[in-house]
Design a protein around this ligand. Structure first.
Ligand code: SAH
Length: 383
């Protein structure tokens, strides 16, 4: 382990066996050391600054049947909802007025044309109401290249589509036959071609998933040239088929695995954006802060109207079901101050990796005219 740490200090390239060893380590004190190293890399590459993406989980209507997910179409216990445009725009306005740089629109997956048209119109309206200032991330599943392009042209500039696991056998075990992994990878490529900053991620601690699988997930992010990572622990939902087969999962172990995965991903990929996801907090009240200390730099505060939150249960024990957006903001501010980090208000907080891969610095005049909301510092990208 010490050999790997000195390799990191000397900026040597880690190989797969290094990643596996780091992910497997359970020796006392190693976890702290790993997180400290990852935190140093984060501070140097993306700064000690957290960016907020206010997430609006606007509908749990879904055409898919993923075996792990609480809003899968065959869960007949799930009470379905669909927020109105007005409710969505009210939440977006709140985010803008409260200086959040970006929002995320997430829902169950639908591919019908009224849905596609609706999202196109919503992106335009959100851009209009915020004078172009709010960044928009979409998390709406697998769509056609044409749909991705339409939404990009309407103003969305980032897209999250998790690969869930890069192990094709495991992927088959947790998805119905019609949901193939090749299709998902093709979608990630289409998103990149359309011009998005592309985010993906996995569930950590899936039944049957090994440290080798997680190492391969990190290599998959690298191979796909991913800009942003959103990953979190797998948490059982009792009304899903996987609840029958998952067996007992220890929450503490699951949290540790997820934190290790964040730290090792930061060490290996360095300048990507990594989210400290809400699922971490479902396992530990301080889960998201621990995620930041392990190398994450993004938080997605829930700004959905509280009356809909209980129905958007992808997994059980989801936190903050009854805290409105204002309470959530001040609670997060306090928690972030406590760990001595700042919040990148009014900034998009784009992934430096995106600009590096495009070998294209944002035009400084263009940034100024938009009030430089990328949160990118030219010298940092040059370095
Ligand atoms: N329809 C969108 C959004 C899906 S929900 C899409 O397909 O991308 C966002 C993420 O929640 C999923 O990608 C999955 O990784 C995660 N998720 C779903 N069920 C979960 C569970 N039981 N435990 C942990 N994460 C889960």
């Amino acid at each position: 382990m010490d050999k790997i740490f000195s390799k990191i200090d000397n900026r040597g390239k880690l190989d797969r066996s290094d990643l596996v060893e780091l992910l497997q380590s359970n020796l006392p004190g190693q976890m702290e050391k790993l997180c400290r190293k990852a935190y140093d890399v984060k501070s140097a590459e993306v700064g000690k600054r957290v960016y907020f993406r206010g997430i609006i989980e606007f509908s749990n209507i879904c055409s898919r049947d993923c075996y792990y997910c609480g809003i899968r179409k065959s869960n007949f216990h799930s009470k379905r909802f669909n927020m109105s445009d007005e409710e969505i725009l009210t939440a977006a306005t709140w985010a803008w007025e409260n200086h959040y740089g970006s929002i995320v629109l997430q829902s169950g997956e639908r591919n019908d044309s009224p849905f596609v048209d609706r999202i196109t119109a919503l992106c335009r309206k959100i851009k209009d109401l915020s004078h172009g200032e709010l960044g928009i991330t979409l998390s709406l599943g697998e769509q056609s290249p044409k749909t991705y392009r339409r939404w990009f042209d309407a103003g969305a500039h980032r897209y999250l589509l998790r690969i869930e696991t890069s192990n094709s056998h495991l992927y088959k075990n947790i998805h119905p036959a019609e949901s193939g992994m090749e299709q998902r990878i093709a979608c990630l490529n289409h998103l990149r071609d359309a011009g998005y900053q592309v985010g993906t991620g996995v569930m950590i601690g899936l039944p049957g998933q090994s440290a080798g699988d997680l190492a391969d997930d990190i290599l998959f992010y690298e191979k796909q040239d991913i800009d942003m990572i959103g990953m979190g622990p797998y948490i059982v939902h009792n009304q899903t088929p996987m609840a029958q087969t998952a067996g007992e999962i220890d929450a503490g172990e699951q949290l540790n695995k997820a934190l290790k995965m964040i730290a090792v991903t930061r060490l290996y990929l360095r300048n990507v954006n990594i989210a400290a996801t809400t699922a971490l907090q479902a396992l530990d009240p301080l889960g998201r802060e621990k995620g930041l200390l392990a190398g994450a730099n993004i938080i997605m505060p829930n700004i959905t109207d509280t009356k809909y939150r209980a129905a958007y249960q992808l997994y059980e024990n989801k936190p903050c079901l009854d805290e409105n957006s204002g309470i959530c903001r001040s609670c997060l501010e306090k928690r972030i101050k406590k760990i001595d980090e700042s919040i990148g208000y009014n900034q998009w907080g784009d992934s430096p990796h995106f600009y590096q891969r495009k070998l294209e610095l944002p035009d400084q005049d263009d940034l100024l005219s938009r009030g430089d909301r990328t949160g990118l510092n030219k010298s940092k990208i040059d370095a």
